[in-house]
Design a protein around this ligand. Structure first.
Ligand code: PLP
Length: 355
């Protein structure tokens, strides 16, 4: 009595992908990035699978406290820091480390008397979203280090182009110039930099997307990086249609059969998190065979070409992404990235753990 769509999360794959980062950055601690509910995989599930991780990083203060309350003893870091001064007492009480990227946060820490926090001082090396500019950084850092509420300082930056041909040269140059002579731990690398830029590894790397088995690159597959998909989204065929030449399928009649065409209807739509903009031709696995979608993605259904799967019938299993169907290929076809698809998994999809 349930729709057959299901997401299965593999703790084994998460641990494998954590190990891939540990081997790629052997002298660094690896912060497991679990923002956005563990990139859609479920925070509790991911943190349980990675209970031996060196540290956890996330964005949401309430989830950080929840993570601590679940019994984890390692570092928990808020990657954007706190949003309001009134969050500080609970963060100090729960030993949540905070990024410090703004003058406002700095002032709140200067005024805070209710405990001590580990901090990550964020320097803007070219992303131009968060962090102190190179010109302002040294004065701000001195003030941070003078705060009675500050237990430790780690230097931090975040790269805009670690995944692309532009690389991190200029950002690295700015970071090294501002931090020259400082004897403080450093954290710079995201997943892309872990693989592509070993010179950024320093004391702590921050592994996000690679942990979940998708690629941070547009031109290197997850498999080629040694990663395994942590989420597999599966469903079944719930109907089959035999189309005559010239007939169309789905809303807007965007796909017209060039000849007789057997079409499978899959119980999965954009209300499950499948991207509506995935065009006809998006890869999908039906009955273990790779085929493609035809016609528009609708709220609760997608339609697929059964030509390469003549044995398909109602109930035949379908893999939307995950094991056997890289999420990155579906994302590329839809004009987006694996990050967005996994984070958008909808609440109505039942989630289970792989045995
Ligand atoms: C999300 C995030 C990461 C992880 O990035 P990936 O590309 O998913 O590895 C690292 N650092 C910061 C500050 C982040 O916000």
């Amino acid at each position: 009595m349930a729709r057959p769509i299901r997401a299965t999360i593999s703790g084994q794959a998460l641990r494998h992908n954590y190990g891939v980062a540990k081997r790629a950055a052997p002298r660094s601690k690896v912060i497991a990035v679990v923002k956005a509910d563990g990139y859609g995989h479920g925070l509790a599930r991911v943190s349980k699978a990675l209970k031996d991780a060196d540290a956890f990083g996330l964005i949401e203060p309430e989830y950080a406290v929840r993570l601590r309350e679940s019994g984890l003893s390692q570092e928990v870091l808020l990657l954007e820091g706190f949003f309001e001064a009134r969050e500080l007492p609970a963060m100090a009480a729960a030993s949540i480390a905070t990024a410090v990227h703004s003058e406002e946060q700095l002032r709140h820490l200067e005024a805070f008397k209710g405990g001590k926090l580990d901090t990550y001082f964020k320097i803007n090396t070219g992303m131009n979203r968060l962090g102190f500019t190179p010109a302002a950084a040294r004065a701000a850092l001195a003030r941070l280090q003078a705060c009675a509420s500050v237990k430790s300082v780690t230097l931090m930056t975040h790269f805009a182009t670690a995944d692309g041909p532009e690389g991190i040269g200029e950002a690295m140059r700015r970071f090294n110039e501002v931090t020259a002579g400082l004897v403080l731990p450093r954290s710079l690398a995201n997943s892309a930099a872990i693989f592509a830029h070993p010179e950024t590894h320093a004391d702590k790397v921050r592994e996000g997307i690679a942990l979940y088995g998708a690629t941070p690159f547009s031109d290197r597959s997850a498999e080629s990086l040694g990663l395994k998909p942590a989420m597999t989204l599966t469903s079944e065929l719930i109907a089959i249609q035999d189309l005559a030449v010239g007939e169309t399928i789905g809303y807007g009649a965007t796909y017209k059969a060039a000849g007789a065409l057997r079409v499978g209807v899959v119980a999965c739509g954009y209300a499950d998190g499948y991207p509506r903009l995935a065009p006809s031709g998006t890869p999908i696995v039906v009955g273990g065979v790779r085929t493609k979608t035809v016609g528009r993605v609708s709220m609760d259904m997608i339609t697929v070409d059964l030509t390469p799967v003549p044995q398909a019938r109602v109930g035949t299993p379908v893999v939307l992404w995950g094991e056997g169907m890289p999420i990155d290929e579906v994302a590329t076809s839809a004009g987006t990235v694996g990050y967005e698809l996994m984070c958008a998994l909808a609440p109505r999809v039942a989630v289970g753990e792989a045995p």
